[in-house]
Design a protein around this ligand. Sequence first.
Ligand code: ARG
Length: 462
Amino acid sequence: MTKSSNQMWGGRFAAGPDAIMEAINASIGFDKRLAPQDIAGSRAHAAMLAAQGIISDKDAEAIREGLLTILSEIEGGNFTFSTALEDIHMNVEARLKEIVGEPAGRLHTARSRNDQVAVDFRLWVRDQCDAVDGALEALMKALLAQAEAGADWVMPGFTHLQTAQPVTWGHHMLAYVEMFARDRSRFADARKRMNESPLGAAALAGTSFPIDRHATATALGFDRPTANSLDSVSDRDFALEFLAAASICAMHLSRFAEELVIWSSAQFRFVTMSDKWSTGSSIMPQKRNPDAAELIRAKIGRIFGANVALMTVMKGLPLTYSKDMQEDKEQVFDAADNFLLALAAMAGMVSDMTANRASLKAAASSGFSTATDLADWLVRELNLPFRDAHHVTGSLVAMAEGKGCDLPDLSLEDMQSVHKEIHADVFDVLGVENSVASRLSYGGTSPVRVREQVARWKEVLA
Ligand code: ARG
């Protein structure tokens, strides 16, 4: 016996789909997540249809009430989702028919699943932008608290992961505040662009019914309706912008996670992760592993992957809608879930971690980190051209290396054997505290500048 045809669109079909066809075609397994957005969109649509005299007020009232009943059934876990009904849109409509009867069939007037899914998904991604905004704000505040506490704590600054020059802990924390602030603004930009309502584009061409797209746009919190029906049902650039912004932000998260992994190692000991964000080993009792940081570093792969996957789904599609586009949702859901989790974990880790001030300073004081300060001193005090100063300093570094000591440990005689005019004042610039204090240029690492930036960010985030 053949299965009966689809109750929503099966008019021209004698038989139902093959079981495998049903499996590949259905999206209800994942798009059930769009139920609140789908119901909000349908309620706005029904109200508009009545206001425009396209359906009766009585029918609209029944539809809108019935949709609320369905929402509470879904939220209460009392809704049976059916694969035969393919997706969330048809699952909701079929249930609406059971609840309110004939008026349910009028809801789909002047609408298609194409504009319906476009509006649902936009609403969902828009909510994610808002959630990300809050999560980034929390993370920035956690970094700012670290920056304020350690505005003058000296640590090594690195290039090539080799000791470069001393910097301050606060400066390093604020570097990430800058990055996450730019990330935040990328989500805000994307949100602004996506905040147009595709509802009423219908299948692709618009509709002959006298609908009011401005009314549904306003009801759903959009700034305006989209201006081209073909574009409205066929693009997913709003989801791609979300994934692109998430990818860039995730890259920042991953770099910081990598630093935390390095910094919490026994070789560095720059930070101690709190127990809340560390795990032990089942065999090595001494272990304290930075698993949260490692998982953040790893989860980023999914977000990059989702971005590439959706780009690839979209890139060859002729206008307008193609079923390929049903593959947009799982990628974005998974990326958004893991991204928000990573943001929250990072904020928690940063709030609870302790910087080891003594280790930071000891590391800053080794590796000839003040060699640039010495070269600058030779330029300033002895009027050497910078290139010559660089060379003299290089010889002194080689000498210190040969003696197994650091620059401040060389004697004045040692120094004068390389350049006879060097005098005792030079030792003032060889200390790391003096080094960072001297970096007063705007945006520099001096505690004075760092405290100014902390104050600025406090105001921004207040
Ligand atoms: N489940 C579909 C999706 O997610 C809804 C739109 C279906 N439209 C269509 N013409 N078959 O894309």
